[in-house]
Design a binder for this molecule. Structure first.
Ligand SMILES: Nc1ncnc2c1ncn2[C@@H]1O[C@H](COP(=O)(O)OP(=O)(O)OP(=O)(O)O)[C@@H](O)[C@H]1O
Ligand SMILES: [Mg+2]
Length: 219
């Protein structure tokens, strides 16, 4: 077990953003986290990573857990002339060989060192993945890594993630809206349904919850 959340809940004001979430990731496992916009997926990811405190339940992490994180959004200062190699080393100092091998593993090693603003959407997402790999993570948390990537590119990215999982023997928590991929490639699919305290009209017919039930062979 790398990480295990039990009855996890996060509240903001009067509202539970997520509640009663059960989720665990083992070494070598690919766990999909799915749900409608606003269901609390990013919140869940941040809680798993320890980036925000939970208000209910517990999270167990294996000691000295190394994590790699591809956030849904990265706030970049547009006036900062960031290059590929500068961006990837913002979070720490790494030997050059490790940087090269991280870039190579996502197919960006021959790109040189262009400003990140000139990268295509797909290249930028692969760069974020390379950055997450620098830490040689036990656990990779990827928050919609295929955003802005076309269908072929999303397939390439998923293959890459599978290769990385095999090579590093790491666990992967993958937030995605691709129900088909979730059902066919995930070891487990966790669906977040906006909590019942929430007023929005989601519920039993939520397509994400339905997909997760089918993945679990329950419907
Ligand atoms: N710090 C906060 N304070 C108040 N509400 C918040 C906070 N962070 C998130 N929320 C709310 O919690 C809900 C869940 O947000 P979250 O970003 O986790 O959803 P998500 O499932 O990742 O959605 P998306 O698919 O759009 O990325 C949203 O309604 C959001 O507005
Ligand atoms: Mg999100």
């Amino acid at each position: 077990m790398l990480v295990k959340a039990t009855d996890m809940g996060v509240r903001r004001g009067e509202r539970w953003i997520i509640r009663h979430v059960e989720l665990s990731v083992d070494r070598g496992q690919l766990i999909y986290l799915i749900g409608a916009n606003g269901a609390g997926k990013s919140t869940c990811a941040k809680a798993i990573l320890g980036l925000l405190d939970i208000d209910e339940g517990s999270i167990d992490r294996t000691p000295a857990l190394e994590v790699g994180y591809v956030p849904q959004r990265l706030a970049l200062n547009p006036t900062l002339p960031l290059t590929v190699r500068r961006l990837i080393t913002l979070t720490g100092r790494f030997p050059g060989t490790r940087i090269e091998s991280a870039l190579a593993s996502v197919g960006l090693h021959r790109l040189g060192d262009p400003p990140v603003t000139t990268l295509s959407g797909g290249e930028f997402q692969r760069l974020l993945l390379a950055r997450a790999l620098l830490h040689r993570p036990d656990l990779l948390v990827l928050d919609e890594p295929a955003q802005g990537v076309d269908m072929a590119g999303a397939g390439v990215l998923l293959d890459l993630i599978q290769d990385i999982r095999r090579d590093l023997q790491c666990g992967v928590l993958l937030i995605s809206h691709d129900l088909q991929a979730a059902m066919s490639t995930g070891d487990d699919v966790v669906a977040l349904v906006p909590h019942e305290h929430d007023e929005r009209p989601f519920g039993l017919d939520d397509p994400y919850a339905g997909a997760a039930r089918r993945a679990a062979g329950q419907a």
